[in-house]
Design a protein around this ligand. Structure first.
Ligand code: F6P
Length: 535
């Protein structure tokens, strides 16, 4: 099937059959119940297990039955998912609104093996050489011991991936690595806090990470960092040595005074750019070998996504479950709970990945979609989350599917902690599913609340790479079925435009032309502080 003329999910017979199946078996008094499903099929965990590279998924506690799974596979076939996936992996312009390919899988193609597609070979060679320059630079920085601190300035995709990876790989950080700090927000408290912790300006490297080099937050932070460097006595002729850029627009970076620029292609989406030179802070911390292992793990997931049959394809199976939950069981959100401290930023990372990619109400052809798309992704690390929002998950009025992410072997030496932590995760899933009957309604748990487990043996650069790539392809799968272009993000533009006008009004103290609600708050925010203010 030609990927450009594939039908959208709601135009297929499988979509209608899924609707009928959900109405007949997943609502009303006879609705599917996990407790009965396990009673009828105790081997359910084996039937609903999917193994991908480095990640094992136990979907047995998902609210789904065999006919629904079969219909979802049919849906994927009728929607031409495989053709769309192949087009994406072949570098075709699947990002139709920007007329660009989605090149993130190419960034992790092994440097030593030329890409089989002639069209991609040239870009691969170029990107591999940029990456190897970036890795050599990272090695050099560590070997020379020239910098105590590295400040990575970037936002969104230029921040979330490196931040997550550095936390996840904390045990792999090399002893001679400089301290890495992150600054993302326009809020000066963040930058001021980091600057206050630096040992000295002359021993600090600033990394300006921005694909577009046009992002207001990053440019403001970069300018303030530069001012600070000079104010601390940093010599102006040393600016180029202390400021490097990671970008697809080296022309703009150089115009702003960055010294070395490491580049990546425009076809790599910001939220999918960890694998490119944007990973410099990760390479600085864990070394080239660690960074290459991260890429290798992601590449293994790419190969699995490209080759495994759809029925045993982990990203596809998760993407199909997402469509089932969103469009047929109508769950508005998904809660991600990593039971590993290193993965505490995973929910934030997945929020951008899923909600910026698939949080859309028109399809790739510009037609309004008559069904729901991306769910709200939220979550927090376990086991703290149990003492915060698990009450709602167990006894709240709405069902929220929970996604546990667990790692079998810990990197620390406290076995009692690991056993307890994993027991907590299993206990929560069990309680959600089994519920509890009690005469006192306050103590009643309805049960039949769904969850899935994503399990890894250890959290390593390779398994982290595979876990993130898994979510990228899962997002692609649901977006593909929904007929969306998952690679653009027009929805973030309007707020940016408004903020320019409001900043101008704020600076000039002139609210004319603003709507009354904005003008009201602006007036409050620009009022002089009261005379008796002790500050
Ligand atoms: O706000 C949207 C966005 O464009 C994201 O997609 C991107 O990750 C982020 O801004 C940062 O963009 P850039 O890397 O171009 O500074």
């Amino acid at each position: 099937m030609d990927w450009q003329s594939r039908p959208r999910c709601d135009e297929t017979p499988a979509w209608r059959a899924l609707g009928a199946h959900a109405a007949a078996h997943f609502s009303g008094p006879q609705a599917f119940d996990l407790r009965q499903a396990f009673a009828q099929d105790p081997a359910r965990p084996w039937h609903l297990a999917v193994q991908g590279p480095h990640v094992y998924a136990d979907l047995s506690r998902a609210l789904i039955d065999a006919p629904a799974r079969a219909l979802l596979l049919r849906l994927a076939e009728e929607c031409g998912l495989a053709a769309h996936r192949d087009a994406m992996l072949a570098g075709q312009h699947v990002n139709v609104s920007e007329d660009r390919p989605a090149l993130h899988p190419l960034m992790r193609w092994p440097a030593e093996s030329p890409h089989p597609l002639e069209d991609l070979r040239q870009i691969q060679r170029q990107s591999a050489s940029e990456l190897s320059n970036m890795l050599s630079f990272a090695e050099q920085v560590r070997a020379q011991g020239r910098f105590d601190d590295v400040v990575h300035i970037g936002i969104g995709g230029s921040d979330l991936g490196p931040r997550l990876a550095l936390q996840a790989l904390a045990p792999d950080i090399l002893p001679d690595a400089p301290r890495v700090h992150f600054v993302a927000n326009m809020d000066g408290h963040e930058l001021a806090g980091v600057l206050g912790r630096l040992r000295s300006a002359t021993r600090t490297l600033f990394v300006l990470a921005s694909k577009s080099f046009g992002t207001a937050e990053t440019l403001r932070n970069a300018q303030s960092a530069r001012d600070w460097f000079l104010a601390q006595g940093g010599p102006p002729q040393a600016l180029a040595e202390h400021f490097v850029a990671l970008t697809a627009r080296p022309d703009l970076a150089r115009a702003l005074g960055a010294g070395r620029c490491f580049t990546f292609p425009e076809g790599v989406g910001g939220r999918l750019s960890l694998w490119s030179v944007i990973g410099l802070p990760v390479a600085l911390a864990v070394g080239s070998a660690g960074f290459r292992a991260l890429l290798a793990g992601a590449h293994a997931m790419d190969q699995h996504f490209a080759q495994a049959p759809l029925s045993a394809n982990l990203p596809v199976q998760l993407g199909l479950l997402d469509v089932w939950y969103r469009n047929f069981l109508h769950f508005p959100s998904r809660c991600v709970v990593p039971y590993h401290h290193g993965l505490r930023r995973l929910p934030a990372y997945l929020q951008q990945l899923e909600m910026e990619s698939n949080g859309k109400r028109v399809d790739a052809r510009g037609r309004a979609v008559p069904f729901d798309t991306a769910p709200v992704i939220w979550g927090e690390e376990g086991s703290g989350a149990q003492h915060a929002f698990f009450q709602l998950l167990h006894q709240g009025t709405r069902v929220v599917p929970v996604e546990f992410v667990a790692v079998r072997r810990a990197a620390h030496d406290l076995p009692e902690h690991q056993a307890r932590l994993l027991a907590n995760a299993l206990a929560q899933a069990r309680a959600l599913m089994l519920g509890h009957a009690d005469e006192n309604p306050q103590r009643c748990f309805p049960g039949n609340r769904p969850s899935i487990f994503l399990l890894m043996d250890r959290l390593t650069p390779a398994s982290l790479g595979a876990l993130i790539a898994l979510h990228e392809h899962r997002m692609f799968t649901s977006g593909s079925l929904w007929g969306l272009n998952s690679f653009d993000q027009w929805g973030v533009e309007l707020g940016k435009r408004h903020s320019l006008a409001i900043e101008q009004a704020l600076n000039q103290g002139d609210c004319s032309g603003l709507d009354p609600a904005t003008a009201h708050l602006l007036a409050l925010l620009t009022q002089p502080p009261p005379q008796d203010d002790p500050r």
